[in-house]
Ligand binder design. Sequence first.
Ligand code: BJW
Length: 253
Amino acid sequence: MGDAIVIPTEVARALREARQVVALTGAGISAESGVPTFRDAQTGLWAKYDPQELATPQSFRRNPKLVWDWYAWRRELVAAAEPNPGHFALAEIERRVPQFTLITQNVDSLHQKAGNIAVIELHGNISRIKCYEEDRIVDHWQEPDEDDHPRCPHCGGMLRPDVVWFGEMLPAAALRQAINASRSADFFLTIGTSGIVQPAASLPFEAIENRAITVEINPSETPLSAWMHHALRGPSGVILPALIAAAWPEFIV
Ligand code: BJW
């Protein structure tokens, strides 16, 4: 038997009494759904590639086929993935608190699949495809022959996933909404993120300025840990349901 998860009473009470709850999620929340994180060791087919090097416009220009194939593999992987108890717990929190905003760096739609409605996607969505030349979303495209690259039906430009690569701007409206929500939060969760990719990693500090109670959920320490009021160490699929049970003891799964 593993150790029982203990949620500090003040964390449970703060969540129960909060008016504006914001959660910032990263790849770790989807780890228990079988979606690999970025900075944990990769396994399988793509183990020899560094995700941080593939997720750049430079890589795409240098080797569009490699980058396209990597995203095609991940697109299939996330399409088959199901939300885990951590995702479902966040959907439950959205139903229980007066105002809730979910800010995600993930591109896998698992929060929406779990039932969250107020979801801000900071880094796009892997299931959408857009034209690299014209930044236009494309609904239909054809997988090309072996060595060719899929092309935009409108202008013939190369197609790419509608995600945000290093050095690219985040979608302006999403970032603005995320900053505003963080600035008005009274309870702020960071869940399953290494907290090193900007500007997402700065959002907890907006909440800290508003004197929010801040809580990190992650099995490991991160650069954000020192700034948070509380750290709940463990997988989010275990901690988040325990947090709900502690905040709303009348809650029955
Ligand atoms: C568990 C768990 C379990 C495991 N339960 N937890 C200021 C200073 C320095 C640099 C910059 C700066 N501002 C901008 C930059 C440059 C850059 C940046 O931040 N670089 C840093 C690496 C230093 N930022 C950008 O370029 C951004 N653009 C921008 O700011 O534009 C303006 C600008 C440009 C250039 C210069 C200055 C300004 C864009 C960032 C885009 C990030 N894109 C990616 C790919 C998305 C598409 C795709 O999916 O392929 O987003 S990279 C990758 O990292 C992905 C993620 O969303 C993101 C964050 O990763 P995340 O989610 O935190 O995952 P991991 O793997 O890092 O961590 C997983 C965590 O889970 C770990 O902590 C585990 O312990 C934990 N975990 N199992 C809970 N079961």
